[in-house]
Design a protein around this ligand. Structure first.
Ligand SMILES: [Zn+2]
Length: 296
């Protein structure tokens, strides 16, 4: 055998080894991607996340059939948010923005870039900021169904009903005009209030009743405006009667959120308080009648 032949054989063996390694790598990557994409949610349960996005808001609902993101945090926290919410795959059934402030929609551009978003529900209020204009451009490019939400909008995902309770009228303030969304899943309910404050709360009480067991009565309250004292009035909490109150705020934030006044009112209302600045991302698991909560 000539040295030329040996060289070819070695060369061939090298190629074969390379091909086997390549196939193995492809198989491993494929299996890894499949495992990331398969929904980790059991058929009879849902997960409700309050993602730690610092001094901002992002709530995420994951079922075995789809997912809903209510607010998307800031642009700075977007990679963290994406890392948390793409465990269910890169498709997002619904993106809801409660109002056009950076701490609620700043991360949405990143999410629109990374994920296939099927439906987008925009607030009635708009903003002239460069970030919001850029966001609206990205919404148009996404090719999703786009809705504008006011107080009579609702939709159903899997067995969960989402009902918009506010804004009931134009209060003339972007925070106060936040979309307020009620979620119902079996006997479980939650209320996402964006940055709505006492004027919106008063209108809701007038429209839905200022008593427990009404339309405002839920198990989990995403506390309005990061625990600012201008939200979560005693009258509102009396109607909402939250078993759990979740405050989304950044550790050591310059606004002093959550305020002592709101923490006192929540204690008075007998709510179990969870805070993203203390617990990180907070996850509720709802399985039948059982609700469990854990901090990250
Ligand atoms: Zn905010």
């Amino acid at each position: 055998m000539s040295s030329y032949g040996k060289g070819t054989r070695h060369h061939f063996r090298g190629l074969a080894v390379f091909a086997i390694v390549l196939v193995l790598v492809i198989v491993i990557v494929f299996v890894w991607m499949q495992s990331r994409q398969s929904a980790p949610v059991p058929e009879d349960a849902i997960y409700l996340y309050f993602v730690d996005v610092g001094q901002a808001d992002a709530s995420f609902i994951l079922t075995d059939e789809g997912s809903v993101l209510i607010d998307a945090g800031t642009s700075d926290s977007a990679p963290t948010l994406y890392h948390t919410i793409n465990t269910g795959g890169d498709t997002l059934s619904y993106l809801i923005i409660t109002h056009p402030h950076d701490d609620h929609m700043g991360g949405a551009l990143y999410i629109l870039d990374k994920m296939d978003v099927q439906n987008i529900i925009l607030p009635m209020d708009t903003a002239k900021t460069a970030v919001y204009k850029k966001f609206l451009g990205a919404v148009e490019a996404e090719g999703a169904e786009v809705f504008y939400a006011d107080a009579d909008f609702s939709f159903v995902l899997d067995e969960i009903t989402f009902t918009f309770l506010a804004p009931l009228s134009d209060i003339g303030d972007t925070n106060e005009n936040s979309s307020v969304i009620r979620m119902d899943y079996g006997g479980f309910s939650a209320l996402f209030t964006g940055d709505a404050e006492k004027k919106s709360e008063k209108l809701q009480l007038e429209a839905y009743g200022n008593f427990p067991y009404g339309k405002l009565d839920v198990d989990v309250l995403k506390v309005g405006h990061h625990g600012s004292s201008s939200s979560s009035t005693a009258a509102y909490l009396k109607a909402v009667t939250p078993e759990y109150a979740v405050i989304s705020c950044g550790a050591g934030n310059s606004y002093g959120h959550p305020t002592k006044a709101v923490l006192d009112r929540l204690e008075e209302a007998d709510a179990e308080v969870w805070r993203t600045d203390l617990s990180g991302t907070i996850v509720f698991t709802i399985a039948g009648e059982t609700v469990t909560v854990a901090g990250g």
